[in-house]
Design a protein around this ligand. Structure first.
Ligand SMILES: [Zn+2]
Length: 133
């Protein structure tokens, strides 16, 4: 279930639904001891401005570090979690992407527009660590 939730995070569903799945994936992987996966997912959520659970995520990340990012129940080798471009479906592996300030949809750096294609919200550039640890 934890692994499945982690993979569902990559599917370009409606951004608000994706955020719910993302939170569930973090919580589930953290609770079963998949600290690398939880940490990777947290790294992507943290840059979202105004995220209410940011202090909790930072504490969870500290715990992941204390646990040496071990993966207790992961069926596959640990890998970085990349955001997916909501326009093209491509994974974004550059450490930088555009994120809608309204619905949190993410877009590849080659997406040359300033407004979200879902809700017409303004796009901001965000940076994330594509290869944590
Ligand atoms: Zn949007």
């Amino acid at each position: 279930m934890a692994w499945l939730l982690g993979r569902i995070c990559d599917i370009p569903i409606h951004p608000q639904h994706r955020l719910i799945i993302w939170r569930a994936a973090i919580k589930t992987n953290f609770l079963i001891g998949n600290f690398q996966t939880a940490n990777n997912l947290i790294n992507f959520l943290l840059p979202i401005p105004g995220l209410p659970e940011q202090p909790i995520l930072l504490r969870m990340q500290e715990k992941c570090k204390q646990e040496n990012f071990k993966e207790t129940h992961s069926p596959y080798p640990t890998k970085a979690v990349y955001p997916m471009c909501f326009q093209t479906g491509r994974l974004i592996k550059y450490g930088k992407c555009y994120m809608c300030t309204v619905c949190n949809a993410t877009f590849h750096p080659s997406f040359r527009k300033t407004l979200c294609s879902f809700c017409l919200g303004k796009l901001d550039t965000i940076e994330y660590n594509p290869n944590p640890n």
